[in-house]
Design a protein around this ligand. Structure first.
Ligand code: FDA
Length: 394
């Protein structure tokens, strides 16, 4: 079977579906192909099944890219408010959870249904269970050999995402196609991903699995005030996922375990007010008992009354609690990462249209590009904004 269309989109994920509806609404014949059995698989499991579909405070500062200016044009032409208006038009109830993060009240299925309805209404066809076997370009058209036959298209949109979560269908096809047409790839790595710890640290903190504390996690490039979660493999929770995108192997992390406090001032004041109370008791008043004990054991802090603690000891305790240094062993990698950092070099793509500057009629949208958002709905917003910019220009 052979089909000829104006626009062929590879990837029925967030970016591909939004682009398809936008392009078809402008009168183009559009086909979206995907090797998965279901469209929008990541949307379906995102946000614990409720999809954190955007963030009210989205701005270019919430994105990582070798070219931080690249995302500006698309984000400003299709904003979080435009997507919220679409969600409202479809009668989907939603709420703000925290920090501007918007989630469906009911289910992420509502978002996939909305995107599929938009595609249907505009006449874009979504064809699942379709493998891409070969892509060639001749006489101004793309000839894409698939497991369901040949598709010939005037414009080809690569919307097949990054490498995170291979069990949900992630493949390197997007990067391979980019390279085939002469594009360079900014080295990729897992982002928004839990850390694993070295065996010695794991032993110390293994019993803390499931415990969460509010912290500031930082390095010299970024700082996030959110919750940190101890897991049986290492450290997770929003603060750790966020800083993981700014972390390079071998680097330590600094974690402020008492972000709202001046711990040295608190300790010296307590020494005056409650001199007979033990140092370890005070630490147990500040943290869950399991964490307090683990910290005291690991740091070798004595079980002394505060009156017997000199300034040097109190200053050491304060410094450790406010700048707890931990050196991760690595991350859990693409298996559990929410996103892939790096990707198609944005210097070779138009920020207005998402079209390749090297190859006419070839477009890249969504996560396959070297644009990665923070945790909190920013990655979907990038998918909607880049998909729209492309859909408007194909
Ligand atoms: P996406 O990955 O959505 O779609 C790519 C599509 O291409 C898939 O349908 C895939 O099957 C298809 N494909 C891949 N290779 C192919 C091949 N060889 N042939 C044919 N088809 C192929 N973000 C956010 O903002 N809020 C959130 O709540 C979450 N939550 C979240 C949870 C989890 C568990 C993950 C893994 C990720 C998130 N994210 C998120 C990130 C978000 O899901 C991600 O950034 C977007 O889905 C990216 O959209 P794309 O359309 O670019 O890729």
């Amino acid at each position: 079977m052979s089909t000829a269309v104006d626009v062929l989109i590879i990837g029925a994920g967030a970016a591909g579906l939004h682009c398809a509806a936008t392009a078809a609404a402008r009168g183009h014949s559009v086909v979206v192909i995907d090797h998965a059995k279901q469209a929008g698989k990541k949307i379906l499991i995102s946000g614990g099944g409720r999809c954190n579909f955007t963030n009210m405070y989205t701005s270019p500062e919430n994105f990582l890219s070798q070219n931080p200016h690249f995302c500006k044009s698309a984000l400003s032409r299709y904003t979080q408010w435009d997507f919220i208006a679409l969600v409202q038009k479809h009668g989907i109830a939603y709420h703000e959870k925290t920090l501007g993060q918007l989630f469906c009240d009911e289910s992420a299925k509502d978002i996939v249904r909305m995107l599929m309805d938009e595609c249907d209404a505009a006449g874009a066809r979504v064809q699942l269970r379709t493998e891409v076997l070969d892509v060639a370009y001749s006489d101004g058209r793309y000839q894409v050999k698939t497991s369901s036959g040949l598709v010939s298209a005037h414009k080809l949109v690569v919307a097949c995402g990054g490498l995170s979560m291979p069990k949900l269908g992630a493949t390197p096809l997007g990067y391979q196609l980019a390279e085939q047409f002469g594009h360079s790839i900014i080295p990729v790595r897992a982002g928004l991903v839990p850390f694993t710890l070295h065996d010695t640290d794991k032993e110390h903190y293994a019993e803390l699995s499931g415990l969460a504390v509010d912290v500031v996690a930082e390095n010299d490039r970024a700082s996030f005030k959110e919750a940190m979660l101890f897991t049986h493999r290492g450290l997770s929770g929003p603060a750790m996922l966020q800083i993981s995108s700014y972390w390079l192997p071998g680097e330590p992390l600094s974690v402020n375990l008492r972000p709202a406090a001046d711990t040295y001032a608190d300790l010296t004041e307590l020494r005056q007010q409650r001199p007979r109370v033990g140092l370890r008791t005070v630490i147990q008043e500040w943290f869950p008992k399991r964490l307090a004990l683990a910290l005291c054991e690991q740091q070798g802090w004595p079980d002394k009354k505060l009156a017997d603690c000199n300034n040097t000891l109190l200053s050491e305790v304060a410094e450790t609690l406010q700048q707890w240094r931990i050196k991760p062993n690595g991350t859990e990698g693409y298996r559990t990462a929410e996103v892939t950092l790096g990707g198609v070099n944005t210097d070779e793509v138009s920020s207005k249209t998402m079209e390749s500057k090297l190859q006419p009629g070839l477009f890249f949208i969504g996560e396959v590009l070297d644009v990665t958002g923070w945790l909190g709905g920013y990655n979907f917003q990038w998918a909607w904004s880049s998909g729209y910019a492309c859909g408007q220009s194909v």
